[in-house]
Design a protein around this ligand. Structure first.
Ligand code: PEP
Ligand code: MN
Length: 356
């Protein structure tokens, strides 16, 4: 089978990576790859070989044996192959077996020692690297990993948003925290940016909707875990789907374009954006006036030894806002965050006054 070309694929959208969470048997790997290779737009086959498990005693991957299976995937289907690496030894093994792309997992991105070890062993080597967000919601660790890998001379870097671990999180396995991903995308506009809804969701049912949200935000593509018998998978069974379900999912996705090519449409949107700019200016002006009054109250509190935090007053502000927000089309969740931010800033202002 004619092997695909990495440069073509790197510049092609959508950028879709799929395959099992873990390579388990040669048959499972080859059958999954055969089925995926028939689906439009899938060019890259993933499979975990060394699995970083949170607790010992779980399936930790089959190790280097599976590298031969991935070579066969390439030979039989033409798909490019990718696997997760965490150490210099993994990289050495992967390169010897002609893996096309490597990826750094969420637990590894969180560890600068490991990322540096990977970066050092990539010096002088030309291989694309995909970097997952760190497991904890710390953008600097993600940025640091990009900087380390870029410094080692790697020029094809992709970012994978796989969500962030948070305590007591029930709806998602890893909360998407879209604002962090959006900020990362803003900082690195030229890097490929893809979403991994499998690890965000942790279960099949919500993958389609998270995938669509990411496409609505202008992501370049997706990494989605697939398995020929998902329920029997040795890792991440609840979130894997069959290749044929992936095909349906991709068919139901509505792809969106970040560029607005149509001039009329652009002008219409531009006019509305001007209105938004005016409103934003006014909102900031009003906030500034609000803070001046807050400062004045701060002086009175200081002179009369009154605490900054007045719980009853804070409850009253929230209750007033909650009464009005729904009729204004503003959700209670948003209004809570908005007033929290304003209240914290007001406390900060008054604290400065008290300490001056
Ligand atoms: C994986 O892709 O199977 C994996 C282990 O992912 P993450 O590093 O995002 O947990
Ligand atoms: Mn997985």
């Amino acid at each position: 089978m004619q092997e695909k070309n990495i440069d073509d694929i790197w510049n092609k959208r959508p950028f879709i990576v799929s395959g099992p969470c873990s390579a388990e048997t040669e048959e499972q790997v080859l059958q999954t790859a055969q089925q995926l290779s028939k689906i439009n737009n899938i060019n890259i086959f993933r499979a975990g070989i060394w699995k970083p498990r949170t607790r010992p005693g779980q399936f930790e991957g089959v190790g280097p044996t599976a590298l031969e299976w991935l070579s066969k995937v390439k030979e039989y289907t033409g798909l490019l192959t990718t696997t997760e690496v965490a150490t210099a030894k993994h990289i050495d093994d992967a390169l010897k077996n002609n893996i096309d792309i490597i990826w750094i997992g969420a637990r590894t991105t969180a560890n600068p020692f490991s990322v540096q070890e990977i970066a050092d062993s990539l010096k002088g080597i030309d291989i694309p690297v995909m970097i997952k967000n760190p497991i904890n919601p710390d953008l600097d660790l993600w940025i640091g990993a990009v900087e380390r890998i870029a410094k080692s001379g790697i020029n094809k870097i992709a970012l994978i948003h796989r969500g962030f671990s948070s305590y007591g999180n029930t709806k998602y396995r890893n909360a998407p925290m879209w604002h962090l991903a959006i900020e990362m995308k803003r900082r690195y506009p030229s890097l490929i940016f893809i979403c991994d809804p499998s690890h965000i969701c942790g279960k099949r049912e919500t993958i389609q909707s998270i995938a669509q949200t990411s496409i609505n935000l202008g992501y370049d593509g997706l990494m989605i875990e697939t398995h020929i018998s998902p329920d029997k998978a040795l890792s991440d069974a609840n979130q894997q789907i069959t290749p044929s379900d992936l095909e349906k999912l991709l068919r139901n996705l509505i792809w969106r374009n970040e560029n607005i090519d149509n001039e009329d449409l652009f002008n219409t949107i531009e006019k509305m954006r001007q209105q938004i700019n005016h409103i934003d200016d006014e909102l900031m002006g009003m906030l500034s006036i609000r803070m001046k009054i807050v400062d004045e109250i701060g002086q009175y509190k200081k002179q009369n030894d009154i605490t900054i935090l007045q719980t009853n007053r804070w409850n009253e502000i929230l209750e007033r806002a909650y009464k009005r927000c729904e009729t204004l089309g503003l959700s209670k969740e948003f209004i809570t965050k908005y007033f929290d931010a304003i209240h914290m800033e007001s406390i900060h202002h008054q604290n400065k006054i008290m300490n001056s």
